[in-house]
Design a protein around this ligand. Structure first.
Ligand code: A3P
Ligand code: MG
Length: 418
């Protein structure tokens, strides 16, 4: 349901930092530590379409934590049960703390009270572009008057795409394809489904399909529609519905505008303003052995950290479930504490590696994707154990900026000029 979910529900993070890894946003901004351009771009022969590539080996990115400014929510939007866009927070839900051992049955309703979003429909950046169209004046009002013709950001994308970039140095199974178009000075990044991902999507087992429902069912058990109601576990789970935050931040010299789905907010009206009041909900298999604990730290917490750290969501509430889909315990993880939690794992992932890799990838995009045209796509491609490479496509199937967006941006610029 998340843009980052299609765009990954996967298509589809707190303040401060107290350890030297600096894995967190500073009070205002995180100091550049020892940030510098890394020599990880190599030049290849003529047999790749692009001449530059980016190595993804972890060691190359293990340096000081880059500046990552406190993400600021600049807006939000909602998608209703029919996936229609609304420029407001009507789909925002409110967290209701469950018992520590709630025995939620996550299988309930799978057969008869589940409306699943069609994940064969590729929405690309459309909903986010719709938000930009409706809120453009808000964005450019932050800019000096003479620069009102551009958006004032370098990159526009889904949070889920950035999550994939953050975890790339540690990913061993799934590659990615990211289409980039430079249009009016901003780089738009939109994921393209890989052949392997498409095969996987079309060949899911019944068990896998059902387990994908469990995460949404947990959301239903723990979220209320408003401050004065309680969760309704007897209702329908409709994964078309979504509430998305739009945040602005900066990673080193890259100004970012991205959106991600938010599961719910703190039910206390006195909670801090967004994104600090947001809560990410997760389910995971219960942990019974030291090996399971280690795998949870190494793989799950990496993904959870990356997803929530990016938009400044401070906590993840995890429901641990048994083999039969019954939630046996609930635990809160503070994003700012996760790097401490994993410190005892041998050769574990590091937040700084994730952030530096993402930063270097964005620098590569700026160097490579120089032609400013709505119909040109630079397709960046990565497979595990390989370098990131790219190819260039003009007026192709990969073009993803819709005509209405291109027209809108052009029209408004002309009216600014007149
Ligand atoms: P869990 O992550 O609790 O299993 P999110 O946590 O990003 O809000 O996503 C909510 C739920 O969507 C997930 O809950 C899972 O059920 C489903 N989901 C997310 N990403 C998925 C993926 N890549 N494949 C399958 N299901 C996914
Ligand atoms: Mg969630």
């Amino acid at each position: 349901m998340n843009p980052s979910r299609s765009h990954g529900r996967q298509s589809s993070a707190k303040r401060e930092r107290d350890d030297s890894e600096g894995s967190h946003h500073g009070h205002k901004s995180f100091k550049p530590n020892h940030y510098h351009q890394h020599q990880s771009v190599s030049h290849h022969g003529q047999n790749t379409v692009g001449s530059q590539s980016l190595c993804t080996r972890r060691e190359l990115y293990d340096r000081g934590f880059p500046v990552y400014k406190q993400p600021v929510e600049v807006g939000c939007f909602s998608l209703d049960s029919h996936r229609r866009f609304f420029n407001d927070s009507r789909q925002l839900r409110f967290y209701v703390e469950p018992d520590r051992s709630p025995n939620f049955n996550l299988r309930d309703g799978y057969k008869d009270r589940f409306l699943k979003r069609d994940d064969g429909v590729k929405e690309r950046l459309d909903h986010l572009l719709r938000w930009i169209k409706a809120n453009r004046s808000k964005l450019s009002s932050r800019l000096p008057a003479d620069s009102s013709r551009d958006l004032g950001v370098d990159f526009v994308t889904w949070r889920g795409h950035l999550t994939k970039l953050l975890t790339t140095p540690y990913e061993t199974k799934e590659g990615w394809l990211l289409a980039v178009t430079r249009f009016r000075g901003t780089w738009y990044i939109s994921e393209v489904e890989t052949e392997a991902a498409q095969r996987e999507r079309m060949n899911r087992t019944e068990r896998h399909e059902e387990m994908m429902y469990w995460g949404y069912k947990f959301e239903q058990y723990t979220c209320a529609d408003n401050l004065h109601s309680l969760p309704d576990s007897g209702g329908v789970v409709n994964t078309n519905e979504a509430f998305c935050t739009v945040v602005q931040t900066r990673l080193a010299d890259h100004r970012l505008l991205f959106s991600g789905e938010v599961d719910c907010r703190d039910g206390d009206p006195k909670a801090p303003p967004p994104p600090a009041c947001y809560v990410e909900l997760k389910t995971s298999a219960e942990i019974c052995t030291p090996k399971q604990r280690s795998n949870f730290h190494r793989f799950k917490l990496l993904k959870w950290w990356a997803q929530s750290f990016l938009p400044g969501v401070p906590r993840v509430v995890a429901g641990f479930r048994d083999q039969d889909g019954v939630v046996v315990s609930v635990e809160t993880f503070l994003i700012s504490k996760i790097s401490q939690l994993i410190k005892n794992e041998y050769n574990c992932w590091k937040p700084t590696v994730c952030m530096n890799f993402c930063c270097d990838f964005l620098s590569l995009v700026k160097r490579v994707a120089t032609e400013d045209s709505h119909s040109v796509v630079y397709l960046f491609s990565w497979e595990p154990r390989r370098d990131v490479t790219y190819s260039v496509h003009r007026d192709s199937q990969y073009s993803f900026l819709p005509h209405w967006f291109v027209e809108e941006m052009t029209k408004t610029e002309d009216s600014h000029q007149s």
